[in-house]
Design a protein around this ligand. Structure first.
Ligand code: ASP
Ligand code: MG
Length: 442
């Protein structure tokens, strides 16, 4: 690895401006804790598995009723039942090769309408007054980018009225209405973002994300059986975990929560036990050197070989990618030999084709030699706030991978994260040996 320039493109850092235009909450101050004691308004979000069938919907209704009996007001956000959204996407693909974003959004928002209305019926049977609201009815105003719209503003008037009347608002997650008055969706997993945005706009004390796992773990328990639940974690660490393949929370929802100081509690709707609280870092928080090991196999690597080593070359490559809204993650440029060099970078696999087009168009213009695509890669990352003050984490990581015979192809770091690109087939074993090396089991 000697002789390579490693850029420090922190993934978490790249996304921080997202959704920042939420107007009503700009000066909201942080609230301490994140415990249910003293909570007067909570947003409870239930993911697809939590409302997957009639029994689950009734169990969720029971829990909402229980929460209300403690004197806490509840705003509910639901995802579509089970794999409904995947099913709707498949149906669209079967019907047509042309799927205009406006129509796809109209279709996908149907999933959450089903779960919200059914949940209200289950609540009615328990004698809990409840009313369902689409994203549009809830006043979630977005930009016009269909299938991955950004929230511009949350009006929430009808939710406030509903709360004032003692009626539980049940809001369809993942959807809004654009400034051009069309129905939009916030991107896959967007219900988390809906929940956090509502918690921020209505100044809830806490946003609870109910899911099918009992919190955030030191590694994926399916890969590392000794992985354990992390009771408390900072927004910064959670952002890095979400950005490097941790699937419990959608990245944008964590950014939103951090920017608007909304404490999160990620927990199970199957056991209802306490999960992981994500909040501002405070001095009472234990700062483990490494809190989590993650892996991500959704990226691909592109290499442009034989690039002349001159000013402006890298700029034109990355301008071309930026113009297509392609998010580059890790970048490595070798030192040049005889005036030429290789530039490698990673992009989401779904953007590989677009990236290759950009790179191939540039090859003759730049006087480069060729473009190589490689989607058989994965990143393995260590995340931990204590890394900031503990030297040697990188060395231990590299030694551990070396002993396991795993080659490192690219490296990127942030102050609280180290990521290595490895062959995809080595990713699971890399996570296992790193989890053991940093003694995270137990
Ligand atoms: N139903 C949407 C999805 O599956 C949104 C969500 O579940 O958060 O992506
Ligand atoms: Mg989901």
């Amino acid at each position: 690895m000697q002789g390579k320039a490693h850029t420090r493109a922190s993934r978490a850092g790249k996304h921080t401006c997202g959704d920042s235009a939420l107007r009503q909450t700009g000066r909201r101050t942080s609230r301490p804790g994140g415990r249910l004691a003293g909570v007067t308004l909570v947003v409870q979000k239930f993911g697809g598995t939590s409302v997957a069938d009639a029994d689950r919907i009734r169990a969720v209704a029971d829990h909402i009723a229980r929460t209300r009996r403690t004197g806490t007001s509840v705003i509910v956000v639901v995802s579509a039942m089970g794999k409904t959204t995947d099913g709707l996407i498949r149906l669209a693909e079967d019907v047509s090769r042309v799927r205009p974003g406006r129509e796809l959004d109209m279709l996908l928002t149907a999933g959450e309408r089903i779960s919200m209305s059914l949940l209200c019926m289950a609540l009615a049977e328990l004698g809990v007054p409840a009313a369902s609201f689409t994203g549009s009815q809830a006043g979630i105003i977005t930009d016009t980018t269909h299938t991955k719209a950004r929230i511009l503003e949350v009006k929430g008037d009808r939710l406030r009225e509903s709360l004032a009347q003692g009626v539980v608002p049940v809001v369809a997650g993942f959807q809004g209405v654009s400034s051009a008055r069309d129905v939009t969706t916030l991107g896959r997993g967007g219900s988390d973002t809906t929940a956090v945005a509502l918690a921020a706009a209505l100044e809830a004390d806490l946003c609870e994300i109910y899911t099918d796992v009992s919190g955030v773990f030191t590694a994926d328990p399916r890969v590392v059986p000794t992985a354990h639940r992390i009771p408390r974690i900072s927004f910064e660490e959670m952002l890095e975990i979400a950005a490097t393949g941790g699937k419990v929370l959608a990245l944008r929802s964590v950014e939103f929560a951090r920017n608007h100081h909304v404490p999160l509690h990620v927990r199970s709707s199957f056991t209802w036990e306490p999960g992981t609280v994500v909040s501002e870092e405070d001095s009472s928080m234990e700062q483990p050197i490494v809190s989590s090991v993650t892996s991500d196999s959704t990226e691909a690597k592109v290499t442009i070989t034989g690039v002349p080593d001159q000013p402006g070359i890298a700029a034109s490559v990355f301008r071309g990618l930026a113009d297509r809204a392609i998010n580059v993650d890790v970048i490595v440029q070798n030192t040049s030999h005889h005036g030429t060099t290789d530039i490698s970078f990673t992009v989401p696999r779904s953007d590989l084709e677009g990236s290759l087009e950009v790179a191939e168009q540039l090859v003759p213009r730049l006087g480069a030699v060729s473009v190589i695509a490689d989607d058989d890669v994965a990143t393995v990352s260590l995340v931990g706030a204590g890394m900031r003050t503990h030297p040697g984490v990188t060395a231990t990581m590299f030694e551990t991978l070396a002993v396991a015979g795993i080659n490192i192809e690219m490296i990127s770091t942030s102050p609280i994260r180290i990521s290595c690109l490895v062959r995809a087939e080595h990713a699971e074993r890399a996570v296992q040996v790193l989890h053991a090396a940093f003694e995270l089991g137990g």
